[in-house]
Write a protein that binds this ligand. Structure first.
Ligand code: EPZ
Length: 428
């Protein structure tokens, strides 16, 4: 397994190109199942999860073709075509490797009137149930049976979903995406209340509209979808990755650096940028992207994660790493996932002083962090170890970097280009 070695202390300076958003790509790709015409997505990030999703689409009978972009280019162009579906089953051995596979449930129901998808199971950050996905789909006419580790869903008498109304008891990004992708081909209108409002949901709605769907309330927590008979193909650009951008902003801040996040969209990451400003970082919004410049010592923060437009749970680990060297005590409250502090014991091995009490983590700033061999446990925890390693004294070795490869395109290249002493070593 590859490892990443960092020798800390270098100030980051220069430009970091921000890639297409992983969490947008993983909900835009299943839209190819909603039509028999080609769907072309531009600015797709070169990530393991995107490749896995392409394989899943192939399993279902869709073709996928990567169009010519030079290996040195960031982002790819992929054309998918689900002319005829050869299967409506997403098997366990694919779903267990990538939870986002559950996002074929809605489109298969909408297009084929049936779907059999393995239950995704839990992961490091929580047990990640899908009950809200199923309840929302039932509300628009789906008949759902869960047995032997699989969800078996079908439209009434194998025809089309009816449309309906569902109010989410808690905000769920994936469940909102699944019911959206089912509702667009329903035989009726669907109203979703307390819908997730993340920018990736807006990106999904914009693609569906480009494919011929009629959706009202895009960007709000109340969506109204007028179902239609069929959708056509489209060509669409994936939005920039707000979490990747926020992660590199934390890296720039902790190293006292001055970095431009080219292609980043400030509107998508307002809470992240506000937290950086509160910590004393200079944030400058430009046409080409966002400039992040340290401006003296960082200040402690009190942050509580929340659904968009609140502070993103996917940014919690990265901000925690940044605050390890900040004089004073920062307080984090993780309200979304029940086990999203797996980075804490690893940061502690580097000398961080963090106390966890249930959902609350208290970070007391220390003079220095010391490089050490550390273990990545999940995607954003891995990034927090990278961020800490960039400022730790000595060498940090981050193991199990396959977690990182799921969410950060060419991470070491992007950081090397702005002065980090970082390299990837394989075990041969
Ligand atoms: C998406 O996961 C993202 N993944 C996550 O990013 C992100 O952390 C999360 O949204 C929250 O923003 C992708 O988009 C591929 P949820 P998702 O449904 O859809 C509970 C990353 O690092 N819940 O909004 O799975 C759930 O347990 C990843 O890029 C139910 O109880 O998240 C959690 O506590 C990690 N029942 C809360 O809701 C359900 O049916 C929010 O989950 C669904 C969710």
């Amino acid at each position: 397994m590859d490892r990443i070695i960092i020798r800390g202390g270098n100030r980051l300076s220069g430009q970091i190109p921000i890639s297409g958003a992983k969490n947008a790509a993983l909900t835009l790709m299943p839209c190819a199942l909603l039509t028999d015409e080609p769907l072309t997505l531009r600015n797709l990030p070169r990530l393991a999860d995107v490749d896995s999703f392409g394989h899943l689409l192939n399993e279902l009978g869709a073709s996928t073709a990567i169009e010519g972009t030079r290996p040195s280019d960031f982002g790819r162009v992929m054309t998918m075509r689900a002319g005829n579906l050869s299967s409506t089953i997403a098997p366990y051995d694919i779903v267990r490797k990538m939870r986002a596979s559950i996002l074929v449930l809605g489109p298969l129901l909408g297009r084929a009137g049936e779907a059999t998808v393995s239950l995704p199971g839990g992961c490091a950050i929580g047990n990640r149930p899908i009950d809200l996905h199923l309840k929302a789909l039932e509300a628009i006419g789906a008949e759902i049976e869960v047995a032997a580790g699989y969800v078996k869903a079908s439209a009434p008498k194998g025809g089309r979903l009816t449309g309906g109304r569902y109010r989410f008891p808690v905000v769920s990004v994936g469940a909102t995406e699944n019911v959206l992708m089912a509702a667009v081909l329903a035989n009726g209108t669907t109203i979703i209340e307390n819908a997730a409002r993340e920018p990736e949901i807006v990106d999904l709605c914009n693609l569906l509209v480009a494919m011929g769907a009629t959706i009202h309330g895009i960007g709000s927590d109340r969506l109204e979808i007028e179902g239609c008979e069929r959708l056509h193909g489209a060509t669409y650009g994936v939005m920039p990755d707000r979490i990747e951008a926020g992660s590199y902003a934390c890296a720039a801040a902790i190293t006292g650096g001055d970095v431009e996040l080219t292609g980043a969209c400030a509107e998508d990451m307002r809470a992240t940028l506000d937290a950086l400003v509160e910590a004393g970082v200079t944030v400058e919004e430009k046409k080409s992207g966002i400039r992040i410049a340290a401006n003296g010592p960082l200040r402690p923060l009190t942050l509580s994660t929340a659904p968009f437009p609140g502070f993103a749970t996917d940014m919690q680990a990265q901000f925690m790493a940044m605050q390890c060297l900040t004089e004073g005590t920062s307080v984090f409250t993780e309200t979304i996932f029940e086990n999203r502090y797996m980075h804490v014991p690893e940061l502690a091995r580097m000398g961080a002083h963090i106390e966890v009490h249930g959902r609350i983590a208290m970070v007391r700033g220390v003079e220095k962090l010391t490089g050490a061999p550390v273990m990545a446990t999940d995607l954003r925890a891995s990034m927090s170890l990278i961020i800490a390693g960039l400022m730790a004294k000595g060498e940090t070795q981050v193991n199990r970097v396959y977690h990182l490869d799921r969410g950060y395109e060419r991470l070491e290249e992007k950081l090397q280009a702005v002065g980090a002493d970082i390299e990837r070593v394989g075990d041969g």
